[in-house]
Each structure stands twice: as structure tokens, then as C-alpha cells.
Design a protein around this ligand. Structure first.
Ligand code: TPP
Length: 519
């Protein structure tokens, strides 16, 4: 059917389309956002933006229980939110093929940490495939659905920002038929309660040998021979870095986990030195070290433990750096951190907030986190999505007055709501500021339930945030326009000085969304 130039995210979506999926769910997060966007815009697959990753995982898992195939995609930290259903779904197994596409972000180009999802796959005892380019991303996604149905397990596809955000040619294939819907009741295998757990765990453990057999059968990990006593073990995208070296060295290309230990032993057996290349944590290197005395990698200090590995650090290890990476290139580049756009309503809100002089401001994750930068310097802490309100409660609980929590509309719906209920229940004295710009702006303006539009662009019910906060028991709820600085300032001042949980919803659409709506 011919080749197409595709983003890595689109290649994964295309693999899922060709695998015959019936459903896809996601919560936006760089670098994985465009997987669902591609599916929503280019297929008839039922696609949903979920309100958070845990819900996305559970709804997609529900689809798998009907015998149909489902894809769930998210960024690496999203899996922390979804980890509860994720871990136990491995015990229960799946019915229709169920694939979890994770976008890791080594280098933290757009993330709060650099965690490596291969550990999660290993922790849950499920297979994980790691493509090295767009074509493999498509093929492996398709294969992941087959493996999922063969082993009755969720399968993870782990990719990284550089692969997901790069274009490469991808061969387009035929779309397989969807599975038919069927309901099955099998309590011992579908209900995770204590009396079933040991047996479910036994079943999962018994599948570990089968996983290795399947990985072997599909030749997902390959040895490329060459006459040298030095060899490279290259995981995922680092296989491309190894090829760019243009050295005649033996390479063990790793694309699937759990690791085939015998293959590692066979590969390192006659080598004098092994170099392990992997993006993320030294997941493979720590194992290889138990099979060979001379291993170069991150643990040895030859490659950086933090940041994206990239081709530059690989070139450095092979003393090829001068051709590729002029030393200290960064000293010629001016730092250009992202800033709040001109006209951004968050800017106006922060001006009013600073004038009201809160004692401490707990931030959250979204465009509004940029308020931590000069000239505003309006935020004192930022941890993870949904943590602003809970952190404010903790700080206020120790007698600190005038604490404000700042949270965006999507983040509030994602994980802020339970924290607000918790604050009310535990009689906190805090001001909660929901910066409602009618969009998930940070990740590219996806819709939220407060806008009333679905992933497919259809109208749906609109969530009323003010009513919701009242129903949570907030002592006061005020809706202000951040462009009206006087009213916003007065509401903040009142909220900081009045005991109880006071909520301000600063409502004005993101300037970029407003511009789009006008055109
Ligand atoms: C657990 C997790 N999921 C997803 C993300 C990606 N992400 C960063 S901010 C954000 C939402 C921002 O939307 P909103 O709260 O409405 O603020 P805005 O950017 O519109 O100001 C998302 C989805 C993340 N950092 N962590």
C-alpha cells in the first residue's frame, strides 16, 4: 500500500489501526499526545480523551473485557497515575488485545522527571517492546496486539520523545477486522480479591517462560556479528546511534523485554569489552554487569546517567566527537526557556496574585507553572499533577496563614478534585485558584469536560466547575475574569484572609484558543 512519512506517534497509531482496534483512550502528555490525536483524526476508531490516565487505562481495559482490542496511550508519568489498575490487570489478564503505549521523556524536554517505564513493565511482569524507528514502532504495535492475545496479558510499547517526535518513512498495511463483542464471566480469573490472588499470581508467573518463548519466536532481539573483541548492546532507538557510528562491531539489538539472559551471555561470551547503549536508566546495563567484567555504560560513568543519551554522548565514548559534536556548543546558544504568551490570562492573574502577597504558593503542572519564572516568580513549589491543593493543605495545617494553591482546569479535573474534597473534609484554611483557560493548553489545546467537546469534536455535556466546587463543600466559590485585575485582586485578598477553603475560578480562554475560535 506504499510508504508514508510519519511521526513516531502516528506510526504507533497506524499499527493499532492495522491491528484492528475498536477503542483508544488517553490523557494528553508530551511526547505521547499525538497518538490519540492521529487516531481521532485519521480513523473511525472510537477515541476518547479521558480525565486522567487511571481512568483511561480502566476504560480501555473494560473494552478488552468485551473481547475487542484497545489501545491506551500516555506519557511516562501518566503511568504513575494509572499504576494501580496497571499492576493488577497483569494478574487478571486480558481478553481482546490490550496495548499500553508509553512515551518516555529522557532529557525531560517536557516533563517533571525522566523515569524509565521498562521498570514498570518488569514490575508488572508483562512484555515490553521498544522500537528503534518509525517502521518498527508501527510493526511492533501491531505485533504487541498479537502477543497480548496470545499470552492474555497487557503489552507495553515503550518509546521516547526523539522517536515519537521524528518523521520517518513507514510502510502502510491493511487494516485487520475488529474482534466481535462477547461477554464472558469467569470470577476466579476476573475478580482480584484476596482468595483469588495467589492463583492469579501463579498464572502470571507461569506466563513468564511463555513471554520469553514468544520474544524468541518473533526474533525481537538480534545479534549482528562482526570480527571485533568489542561489542555493543543497543536498546530501542540507540540501535540507530550504533549504526551511525559506522564501526565494524558486533551488535546485540534489544527490542523486547524481559531480557533473554541466554542471549546476553552468548553475546558477551567472547568479547573483551561491552558497551551498553540505552535511553533512560541503566536497566539492561545492570544485568549485563553480572555477566561481563568490562562493561561501559552509565553505571561505569562512561555515559551520562541523567539527560537524553543522544548521539553526541555515544560519539564521545567512541572518541568520534569532533566530527559530530563541537565541544561546548551550548556556550554559543542563549537559553530560551518557554514563557507565558503575550496576552495569556495566566499573566494577568499572577499580577493580581503577587499584589495580594500570599505567604506561600503551591503550584501545579500546566502552562501556568511558567508563572514560577521571572518576572512573576509567583510559585514556590511544583511536584506533580494535582498536588497543589494537597500540598497547600499540608502547609496550612501547620498554622501558616495565607497559603494559595494554583491549578489549571484540566489538572483540577485530572487529580485536583479529590484533593479539594480532602481539604474541605479536613477543615483546611487555603485559597484554591483554578486558572480556567478552557483548554489543556500546555499539551496543544485538547478539550476538557469543562468545554463540552469530545476527542472526535462532538458536543457533549459541559462540566460546571463552580457548581462542582460548591458540591465539594468549598466555603466560597467566586468566578472572576483575570483581565479584570481589580476584581481578581479583591477576590484573592478576600480568599487569603477568610478562614476555610475558598475557591476562585479565574476564567478566560487561552489567547491561542480564543484566536482560533475567531478565525
Ligand atoms: C501525570 C501527568 N499527566 C500528563 C502530564 C502532561 N501535562 C502537563 S500539564 C498538563 C495539563 C495542563 O492543562 P491545564 O491544567 O488546563 O493548564 P494549562 O496548560 O491549560 O494552563 C498535562 C496534561 C503530566 N505532566 N503529568
Amino acid at each position: 500500500m506504499g510508504k508514508k512519512l510519519m511521526l513516531g506517534t502516528s506510526a504507533i497509531a497506524q499499527g493499532a489501526i492495522e491491528a484492528g482496534i475498536s477503542y483508544a483512550a488517553s490523557y494528553p502528555g508530551t511526547p505521547a499526545t499525538q497518538i490519540l490525536e492521529h487516531l481521532a483524526q485519521n480513523s473511525s476508531v472510537k477515541c476518547e480523551w479521558s480525565i486522567n490516565e487511571k481512568v483511561a487505562y480502566e476504560v480501555a481495559y473494560g473494552v478488552s473485557l468485551t473481547g475487542r482490542r484497545a489501545l491506551c496511550s500516555m506519557k511516562h508519568v501518566g503511568l504513575n497515575v494509572a499504576s494501580d489498575p496497571f499492576m493488577t490487570s497483569a494478574y487478571l489478564g486480558v481478553r481482546g488485545g490490550f496495548v499500553l503505549a508509553i512515551g518516555d521523556d529522557p532529557g525531560a524536554y517536557s516533563s517533571q522527571n525522566e523515569q524509565d517505564s521498562r521498570f514498570y513493565a518488569s514490575f508488572a511482569k508483562i512484555p515490553c517492546l521498544e522500537p528503534s524507528d518509525g517502521q518498527e514502532a508501527k510493526d511492533m504495535t501491531k505485533l504487541a496486539f498479537d502477543i497480548s492475545e496470545e499470552l492474555n496479558l497487557p503489552v507495553m510499547i515503550r518509546s521516547i520523545t526523539r522517536l515519537l517526535h521524528c518523521y520517518s518513512p513507514v510502510e502502510i498495511g491493511k487494516k485487520r477486522k475488529e474482534n466481535t463483542v462477547s461477554i464472558e464471566k469467569n470470577p476466579e480469573h476476573m475478580i482480584a480479591i484476596p482468595k483469588h490472588v495467589i492463583n492469579l499470581h501463579k498464572t502470571l508467573n507461569a506466563k513468564q517462560t511463555l513471554i520469553l518463548e514468544v520474544i524468541k519466536k518473533h526474533k525481537l532481539n538480534k545479534i549482528f556479528t562482526a570480527k571485533s573483541k568489542k561489542g555493543i548492546i543497543a536498546c530501542g532507538i540507540t540501535f540507530q546511534y550504533a549504526m551511525e557510528l559506522k564501526e565494524k562491531l558486533p551488535i546485540l539489538k534489544i527490542s523486547a523485554y524481559p531480557i533473554e539472559k541466554n542471549l546476553i551471555k552468548e553475546f558477551v561470551n567472547n568479547l573483551e569489552e561491552v558497551i551498553v547503549l540505552e535511553e533512560g536508566y541503566p536497566f539492561v546495563e545492570q544485568l549485563v554487569r553480572s555477566y561481563h567484567p568490562k562493561v561501559k555504560g552509565k553505571i561505569s560513568g562512561d555515559l551520562p546517567m541523567e539527560g537524553e543519551l543522544g548521539i553526541d554522548s555515544v560519539m564521545k565514548v567512541f572518541n568520534k566527537c569532533n566530527n559530530y559534536c563541537p565541544e561546548d556548543v551550548n556556550k554559543y546558544l542563549l537559553p530560551r526557556p518557554p514563557v507565558l504568551c503575550a496576552g495569556c490570562p495566566h499573566r494577568e492573574f499572577y499580577k493580581a496574585l503577587n499584589e495580594a502577597k500570599p505567604s506561600f504558593v503551591t503550584g501545579d503542572i500546566g502552562c501556568y507553572t511558567l508563572g514560577a519564572n521571572p518576572p512573576f516568580k509567583a510559585i514556590d513549589t511544583c511536584l506533580c499533577m494535582g498536588a497543589s491543593i494537597s500540598k497547600a493543605s499540608g502547609i496550612a495545617s501547620q498554622g501558616i496563614k495565607g497559603v494559595a494553591a494554583i491549578i489549571g482546569d484540566s489538572t483540577f479535573i485530572h487529580t485536583g478534585i479529590p484533593a479539594l474534597i480532602n481539604a474541605v473534609y479536613n477543615k483546611s484554611n487555603i485559597l484554591v485558584c483554578i486558572l480556567d483557560n478552557s483548554s489543556v493548553a500546555m499539551t496543544g489545546h485538547q478539550p476538557t469536560p469543562a468545554i463540552g467537546v469530545t476527542a472526535k469534536g462532538e458536543d457533549t455535556k459541559v462540566l460546571d466547575l463552580a457548581q462542582l466546587c460548591k458540591a465539594c463543600g468549598a466555603d466560597s466559590v467566586e468566578v472572576v475574569d483575570p483581565y479584570d485585575k481589580k476584581t481578581t485582586y479583591e477576590a484573592i485578598k478576600r480568599g487569603l484572609e477568610t478562614p476555610g477553603v475558598n475557591v476562585i475560578i479565574a476564567k478566560r480562554a487561552c489567547v491561542l484558543v480564543a484566536r482560533k475560535l475567531k478565525s
